[in-house]
Design a protein around this ligand. Sequence first.
Ligand code: PLP
Length: 439
Amino acid sequence: MNNELFERAKRAIPGGVNSPVRAYGSVGGTPRFLVRAEGPYVYDAEGSEFVDLVASWGPAILGHAHPAVVKAVQDAAALGLSFGASTPSETELAELVESRVAGAGANGETVHPIEQLRLVSTGTEATMSAIRLARGYTGRDLLIKFAGHYHGHSDGLLAAAGSGVATMALPGSAGVPAPIAAQTLVLPYNDIDAVRAAVAEHGDRIAAIIVEAASANMGVLAPKPGFNAALADIAHENGSLLILDEVLTGFRVTAAGYWGLSTGEGPAYQPDLFTFGKVIGGGMPVAALGGRADVMEHLAPTGPVYQAGTLSGNPVAMAAGIATLEHATPEVYAHLDSTADTLAQAVSEALAREGVAHQVQRAGNLFSFAFTETPPVDYADMQAQQTWRYPPFFHAMLDAGVALPPSVFEAWFVTAAHDERAVSRIIDALPTAARAAAS
Ligand code: PLP
């Protein structure tokens, strides 16, 4: 059935998929066509059940089809799907985000760095708009990004990008005009000297530095302690903005995202703009950019930087986001953390028993595994690992009813619904999968 559906999809849709990594290109085989999901499980068209560690690539933090989220969506849908006009729920979601993103300031005081928020529909729109805003605010053109970081698929952000671009081993994308690509300086991750050198050379042209709060699109790779804070210092000394991309990490690793985690553990730092997505929509298309009010007010209609969207802030998506954030309680984060600890340790032990060299890659409750003997610090290290060990591991897990991300360059996502039964099924599948990775 999956084979037939894939053949049919390939005739109607390029590559049979609407987002490249779903095609199983790097692991081989036929993608499972999913028809239903509930709690920690997904079900394919053949009726097979899989414990899911993809979680829709992050949004399903509460587990699939959480009753409160489904009810909120149903109630909102009954009142109309989209009005193309202001709604009370947009302000409610913006206020929730603004109040939840709280952390330590320079003097230990509590700060709320999201003073204003603009809601959009995808992470791609959020980062694209944040960059336009940074350029409009600073009057400068250049952007610094890091190799292996994925910020969506807008033209200027595809050079040396993570996620599907990394999985397909592309240097960038065809179709991006050279003059646009030339406005992005791509630097090695975790290398603060490279940032200083680029700023020394191009300083008065650099509008912004954009960085994933913790890398999760080349596999998981946390910033070195103090790296994000040093970026903030360099950006601010240079009159540039720091855009912290929390599309993946926001509301997932803590209620205040990776910023909340890192600014508590290391030196306090304040990005000028943040981008969010995934969890803030709980499975509906919601994303956002937010930050300093004096910067955000440069967006139309208060300012000259244009940004808009027919479906932005639509009430059904808002209802999903509000219900998801309201149910993302401290208990949920404690459960995600402990489940991630259990699974990361179990996978590592299974690989070690089979003599498979690997590193456990962690950033809060996000994790993945890199098949290498030395801890990676940047994209070159992540690419240099024994990537060929992942496809047999992936397929052994799939055969045992566990759906992992179909690429070694993606994070594994646990949810609040991953209970003992689901976790045991994953753990039971590991010895065979580790043996497959060893061969
Ligand atoms: N930024 C980061 C860090 C992401 O992980 C992603 C998607 O995975 C994006 C931006 C783009 O978001 P979207 O897929 O909603 O366009």
